[in-house]
Design a protein around this ligand. Structure first.
Ligand code: F0G
Length: 493
């Protein structure tokens, strides 16, 4: 358990300098961040545990081959640490589990719905609260109403299912991240912002009829889990109002975004997370939420809006495909868990621990010289595959090759967010790569300890040491939409 400390003063000095350096590189106040190692512990005790499988490299090799080198196609029983997603993978609190027992499973008028509605309204301030079974169901309903051929929907960066749901209706999805967002090695406070100038130019060159909606994703998941500033949300709202276009927030990580505003944006230092969240929503006409993230629940989502016309149409679609207005495709006990979870996610101590845990993993990787997107975001650390494996061209999916090797090395599952996820074919059937080539290590909420994450860093460190041996990959099968979920791949020789 305890290692022999033969040269303690020297080791302590080097530890201190190493941490100061990492904190300097990875953003922020050195002295505050130094506390990551000594003060920022989990603000909870563990009541239930679940064993995790430990496998051999030989075993993983055969499983990965069976999964056609697509980590989505692995069984979770074959994974030691699962960082595929932070969505629906969190641990619920004892208060949430108690609330689950109190679920009122009535088809219509369930009291669990009214608890959920009250919580969501108290945080977002919106009039209509329409539950769905998860985020993409909310997307499908909203874009069935506002999308369609000839329509264009701009955002800072649409998430993959959001983009797919827009495109599925025949509409087009546009991303306007700021130029700094693409510079993975440059520190900035709000790399998730939308580029206001590009948005305005876009609106000037299209009619109001062509642009039915403006969106902001907070935090900006596909852009590195980076936050959006209050100023950027306010400006987007002003522009949307001046053009008479509805403005919606994709708010699945709203609490993490609010924490970044509190700790980084002038004027918000003394405000509570709830006040900040309320202000964020006050600038919008509605929101879409996958509550599997900052709802701290294993399932659920919703549409919330002040626009009566959209709500009317959404409610009809909800009943057609999701369920009645007071459950929307969820068991009522799930609404109970959400009503508690949405509030727990606003707890500042929890958020401090959460954001610091992500930073902890980022620091462990930086210590090993591994290129990551800095500063670390709200829910994940992103490896920069272009700098990690520069010898693999983007059309050969460097991120996927790294993700496969990380699994082979230590049973850790991550996800490529690059050309496998976002690359597409132009009208001449040429493959257009994604501006980012990232591998995301998404951290489930309240699930893993820093010991688990230290192991993850060791595994990735080993892969990084032999990065020259990583090989490019090619797709052997792909579906017409959301290719990355089901694609088959193989290594290029
Ligand atoms: N919007 C954002 C920003 C998301 O990150 C997600 C899901 C969705 C919408 C869709 O929500 O999964 O409940 O249908 N993100 C998960 C992820 C899947 O891994 O980042 P959903």
């Amino acid at each position: 358990m305890f290692r022999k400390n033969t040269n303690l003063p020297k080791r302590m000095l080097s530890f201190i300098f190493c941490n100061l350096f990492i904190n300097f590189v990875n953003y922020g106040n050195c002295f505050l961040n130094f506390g990551v190692y000594s003060m920022h512990f989990e603000p909870f005790k563990i009541k239930v545990v679940e064993p995790i499988p430990v496998t051999t490299r030989e075993y993983r090799k055969s499983k990965l081959k069976d999964a056609h080198y697509n980590l989505f196609l692995l069984r979770s029983d074959d994974i030691t640490i699962d960082l595929l997603t932070d969505s629906g993978t969190g641990a619920m609190s004892s208060k949430q589990w108690s609330a689950v027992m109190d679920g009122d499973e009535a088809y219509a008028g369930s009291r669990s719905y009214y608890k959920f509605e009250e919580t969501v309204r108290s945080i977002t301030g919106f009039k209509h609260i329409i539950p769905t079974h998860q985020g993409r169901a909310a997307e499908r309903i909203l874009f069935s109403i506002l999308g369609g051929k000839g329509k264009m929907i701009p955002s800072n960066t649409h998430f993959d299912t959001t983009r797919a749901n827009i495109e599925y209706t025949g509409a087009e999805a546009f991303d306007f991240p700021t130029s700094i967002a693409l510079k993975t090695d440059v520190l900035a406070d709000f790399k998730g912002n939308i580029d206001i100038e590009r948005l305005e130019n876009f609106l000037k060159s299209h009619s109001r009829q062509e642009v039915p909606l403006i969106m902001l994703t907070v935090t900006n998941n596909s852009g590195g889990g980076q936050p959006v500033s209050m100023e950027n949300i306010r400006k987007t709202s002003e522009i949307a109002r001046s053009y008479g276009i509805p403005f919606f927030i994709d708010c699945c990580r709203f609490a993490e975004n609010a924490y970044f505003i509190k700790t980084r944006e002038k004027g918000y230092e003394t405000k509570s997370i709830e006040e900040i969240a309320r202000e964020m929503f006050s600038y919008a006409d509605g929101c879409l939420m996958s509550a599997k993230k900052d709802g701290l629940s294993n399932t659920g989502g919703f549409i919330a809006t002040n626009i009566d016309d959209i709500a009317e149409k959404a409610k009809v679609l909800l009943i057609v495909t999701e369920g009645f207005l007071t459950y929307g495709g969820l068991a009522r006990r799930d609404l109970e868990a959400l009503a508690v979870g949405m509030k727990e996610a606003l707890d500042e101590k929890y958020l401090e621990y959460r954001i610091n845990q992500v930073k902890f993993l980022g620091n462990e990787l930086l210590k090993r010289g591994i290129p990551i997107l800095v500063p670390t975001g709200g829910h994940a650390v992103y490896l920069d595959a272009k700098r990690f494996a520069p010898h693999i061209p983007c059309e050969q999916f460097p991120g996927q090759s790294i993700a496969c090797e990380i699994y082979l090395e230590g049973g850790v599952r991550t996800v490529e967010i690059g050309s496998l996820m976002f690359g597409k074919y132009d009208k001449d059937k040429h493959f257009v790569t994604s501006p980012f080539e990232l591998v995301r290590l998404a951290i489930p909420r309240r699930v893993y300890t820093n010991n688990h994450l230290e192991y993850v860093a060791e595994v990735i460190g080993k892969v990084y040491e032999k990065r020259d041996q990583l090989k490019g990959m090619q797709i052997t099968y792909e579906a017409p939409y959301l290719r990355h979920f089901t694609a088959h791949l193989e290594y290029l020789q």
